[in-house]
Design a protein around this ligand. Structure first.
Ligand SMILES: Nc1ncnc2c1ncn2[C@@H]1O[C@H](COP(=O)(O)OP(=O)(O)O)[C@@H](O)[C@H]1O
Ligand SMILES: CC(=O)OP(=O)(O)O
Ligand SMILES: [Mg+2]
Length: 391
């Protein structure tokens, strides 16, 4: 049995899969734990979609994790052959999944400052499993890896070259999600898979990927997961002069600035502290809630157009992740701002959450796809352990 753990900024998603007689992974359990206002709730379903777990978890982060891992281990009937983790930042060192050793873990811990909302949550289960189940094989699957071969005009910042030599460059994130979507396009929309596609991963963290022939050629997140789109609690693209002003005039220290940029901005800041959750904002009639939604939409539309420039045109636009796959009004508003670019949305198909949501005459095909980062983690974990076994 293989376990995949995906620590996002607002969720911990997990999946258990076993290999069938053909050696294909079959999903047995899929679930997620949501952290909200210091509380955590976990839900999971079996292969048929029936609920197998639905409960609040108490205690601190460590005890919740212990309870969840204990439950997952009980369900992994033949034991855990491997555990794969979505690790958000792989830095310069990793362009492919890696078997976790003490040295790998130490390298990844050094990247914590570059992904404070993710790296600690991603690495906590690695350490916990090492302690409770020493010897269990663990694999790190990186969000940054998919973007590793972007052209220089996409990865380089216009800073003195010394900085690039130190690894200060655009890495990009949500790579496991983009890789999964690239696979879906190959299987279900081959005419788009070889074309110019912008994928909008709109979740609590949000980014875009300009994909040509299934490969990343540009993306909106950067050295960290702060750049680009407006997110749940992150501002996205911001004049760095604002950060200098915070330091020099407002006398804010590094921790205070990190707190504003990562935890208090984005939809939460724009809505005057109402919520970072798009579901809440769409239900609210407070002017600050609609301001937050409008800002989210406007930034996304502008950056989709920018990604289309990196591709020299656009054949397809794909919406995915929590907001992208489930918030029809957000997709509608974004598409309305892109009509000039050849995006023609079928409102009815959009409201019914169909897979193809553009009109038949739309020059740009618009799709809505559920992403599955855990499926990629399981696949990479199996492949990495197989390779390690051969080597
Ligand atoms: N039905 C929905 N309508 C609008 N937004 C939704 C809906 N379902 C989920 N979301 C949004 O998706 C976000 C979570 O996205 P997800 O991709 O799961 O998060 P993470 O970034 O933690 O991986 C929630 O914060 C919420 O804003
Ligand atoms: C990189 C990132 O922001 O991830 P998530 O959307 O899962 O929080
Ligand atoms: Mg996520």
């Amino acid at each position: 049995m293989f376990l995949a753990l995906n620590a996002g900024s607002s969720t911990l998603k997990f999946a258990l899969a076993a290999l069938d007689a053909q050696g294909t992974p079959r999903r047995l359990v899929t679930g997620q734990m949501e952290r909200k206002n210091g509380e955590a709730h976990v839900q999971a379903t079996d292969a048929a979609g029936a609920p197998v777990l639905d409960r609040a978890l108490s205690g601190d982060d460590d005890s919740r994790l212990e309870e969840l891992l204990g439950w997952l281990e009980d369900h992994a009937k033949n034991g855990l052959a491997g555990v794969g983790h979505r690790i958000v930042h792989g830095g310069r060192a990793y362009a492919a999944p890696a078997r976790i050793t003490p040295e790998v873990l130490a390298t990844l811990e050094q990247l914590t400052a570059l992904a404070p909302l993710h790296q600690p949550h991603g690495l906590a289960p690695v350490r916990a499993l090492e302690k409770w189940r020493p010897g269990v094989k663990q694999v790190a699957c990186f969000d940054t890896a998919f973007h590793h071969a972007m052209p220089e005009t996409s990865w380089r910042y216009a800073l003195p070259d010394d900085f690039a030599r130190q690894g200060i460059r655009r890495y990009g994130f949500h790579g496991l999600s983009y890789e999964y979507i690239a696979g879906c396009l190959r299987e279900r929309h081959p005419e788009l898979a070889s074309g110019r596609v912008v994928v909008a991963h709109l979740g609590n963290g949000a980014s875009l990927c300009a994909m040509r022939n299934g490969r990343s050629v540009d993306t909106t997140m950067g050295f960290t997961a702060l750049d680009g789109l407006v997110m749940g609690t992150r501002a996205g693209a911001l004049d760095p002069g604002v950060v200098l002003h915070m330091m020099q005039q407002l006398r804010m220290d590094g921790d205070a600035i990190e707190d504003v940029l990562y935890r208090r901005s984005g939809l939460l800041g724009l809505s005057d502290g109402l919520s970072s959750d798009m579901r809440v904002l769409l239900r609210s009639d407070a002017p600050a809630a609609s301001r937050a939604v409008e800002m989210f939409v406007s930034r996304a539309a502008r950056m989709i157009a920018a990604m289309a420039v990196s591709l020299g045109g656009i054949d397809g636009l794909v919406f995915t992740a929590g907001i992208g796959a489930h918030a029809a009004p957000v997709r509608e508003k974004i598409c309305a701002q892109l009509e000039w670019m050849g995006v023609s949305l079928d409102s009815d198909a959009n409201n019914r959450n169909h897979e193809t949501i553009s009109t038949e005459r739309s020059p740009v095909a618009v799709l809505r796809l559920e992403t599955d980062e855990e499926a990629m983690v399981i696949r990479h974990t199996i492949d990495t352990l197989k390779e390690a076994g051969r080597g």
